[in-house]
Design a protein around this ligand. Sequence first.
Ligand code: MG
Length: 376
Amino acid sequence: MLLADKTAAAPCCCQQFFVLQIFVAISFLLCIFVAQQLNMKVSYKTFSLPFKYPFTISKGTKTHQPTFIVELEHFGLKGYGEAPAIAYYNIPVEKMVEDLERKKIFVEKFAFSDPERYWHYLHHLFPNNSFLVCALDMAGWDLYGKIKRKPLYELWNLDKNESPLTDYTIGIDTIDKMVEKMKEKPWPVYKVKVGVEGDIEMVEALRKHTDAILRVDANAGWTLEQALQKIPLLKELGVEMVEQPLAKDNWEGMKVLFEKSPLPLFADEACVAENDIGNCVNHFHGINIKLTKCSGITPARRMIATARALHMKVMVGCMNESSVGTAAIAQLAPLLDVVDMDGPLLLREDIAKGVTFNNGKIQYTDLPGLGIEIDW
Ligand code: MG
């Protein structure tokens, strides 16, 4: 009887074991599914966006702007970031692709909760590629805004109505062509690229045709003697400020110029990242922060706070970003004295829809995150 009972129990055990196996298998698959959902998915594209006109500054001319766009996907939401390649900083898009491909798995495995933690992780993951960190940081902020369902300026408690007007850049060209470009784009604030021979004549010619605010950017193209001679002439022409007059490491020259210049001086090439700000005190009146060179929105916000604490003026400039990177600058604009975010106005092709301008005034979409729409 006892034996019979035992043999009768055997099929029951087998069934239980089978059910247990199925349960374990389903749990395992569920764990994999959940783990995949927790991981971010990273993808990217590169573009070469043509300028409307060849773009010339004191360092050279370019007809196209290479740029790197990254997408971060998390729980079905997608954030986007951008980093244009600038030859001067020697980080081409190929380098951004190569570095990301090498460590993509680590970028995807990060348990994303807030963009500032994410930036610290990225900063250590890619210590020599601030451009790639910028693109990923920006995408993290876009994603975060979409998770919170708010534009970033709203998450930061900023009033978008306090944003200054953006300027429109006139690149170096023949004087006739520069005047033609300006007339083609009536605008309240122009930034004129200078730093070459005959640049005062260029500004004089432009001034004859406009009462708009003029600011100039020498892109490190002057010697101290040239700057001392030209800046008072520019002041007479009603120019508002001068960006990077001397070579980035000419601190001795800047010390002299800072004491004698009748116009405010802003550091661009001399102020790349956070630890450069201290050097700029008593050498420049303000700094020009660029998201790509400083490695993203996260450090840019810290730089704004630091510069304010040091009683310096704050500008955020662009590197000819498409509407993706330009929309990121727009989020910070209420914090700034000067904004130069005319990339989409200078480029013939764009990647996304987002921020637009009404006679220099930034028009926000009020969509969450960066506020852009992109066809990916
Ligand atoms: Mg500049």
